[in-house]
Ligand binder design. Structure first.
Ligand SMILES: Nc1ncnc2c1ncn2[C@@H]1O[C@H](COP(=O)(O)OP(=O)(O)OP(=O)(O)O)[C@@H](O)[C@H]1O
Length: 239
């Protein structure tokens, strides 16, 4: 797989806020259908990385390529339309719109008929079926996270970038989110780039885990340590 063209390739990426550099020449790649987790504690640059890839924050140096073509400096809308889904921290669903209307907004990025997209999504997210007429803002935090993910997948992306989807969510629904993500990746050939601090969740979802420290990827967790939470904790220096 490593010889094939990566779906998403980030090379020597630098960005920051004003004069404060945060990403310090970060490189990584994600292959089609691959699930990659990035572990790092508060302030290491996880959100900054996803915001820079999606052009919500400008790149000061380096390159981002998608399907072999440079997308560095493209607008966030162009990037979303090209097949990169993004669920930011805090979810950002439309609280005043119904669950159905939230999903319909997501469908605008798909080239398929809305009815087909919605039917597929509700099969993947059966819990949302009971809530279609409810306001998004009336759902629990975990249900809102499921809705944000479902809305993103309505656009039929080839990769989804997820910023700490477990933040502030009850443990009972975290497992459901992990299972849904894996099912979506497998059934749709969807790639995932997940930034997280939740060790159990990242281990459950990812095939590879990278460690982000002070704006750089410093190492990759060996496969035999991925499901050993103590070793994972030590690798991320979260212990
Ligand atoms: N809008 C901003 N202006 C200035 N500095 C910022 C801004 N947003 C983030 N930072 C700083 O950039 C650094 C990286 O932040 P970032 O949000 O990417 O970290 P993170 O790894 O996602 O952490 P967290 O889990 O706390 O969100 C931090 O030191 C943070 O204080």
């Amino acid at each position: 797989m490593s010889n094939a063209t990566p779906l998403l390739e980030v090379k020597n990426l630098r960005s920051g806020y004003g004069r404060i550099p945060i990403l310090q020449g970060l490189s990584l790649s994600v292959h089609p259908g691959e699930r990659v987790g990035i572990l790092g504690h508060n302030g290491m640059g996880k959100s900054t990385l996803l915001r820079t890839i999606t052009s919500h924050l400008p790149t000061s140096d380096g390159k981002v390529s998608f399907e072999g073509k440079s997308i560095t400096g493209a607008s966030p809308t162009t990037i979303a339309r090209s097949g990169i889904g993004y669920v930011p921290q805090g979810r950002e669903i439309f609280p005043g719109l119904s669950v159905m209307d939230n999903l319909r907004v997501g469908c605008r990025l798909s080239k398929r008929p809305e009815t087909d997209v919605l039917a597929d999504i509700l099969e993947l997210f059966p819990r949302l079926k009971a809530y279609l007429d409810r306001r998004g803002g009336a759902l629990s935090g975990g249900e809102q996270q499921l809705l944000a993910l479902a809305r993103c997948l309505c656009g039929d992306p080839r990769i989804v970038l997820l910023d700490e989807p477990t933040e502030g969510i009850q443990p009972s629904i975290i497992e459901e989110i992990a299972d849904t993500l894996k099912a979506a990746a497998i059934s749709r050939g969807l790639a995932i780039l997940l930034v997280e601090q939740n060790l159990g969740f990242i281990a459950a979802v990812s095939e590879r885990v990278l460690i982000l420290q002070r704006g750089e990827i410093t190492r990759e967790v060996p496969p035999d340590a991925m499901h050993d939470i103590e070793r994972l904790e030590a690798f991320a220096e979260l212990a």
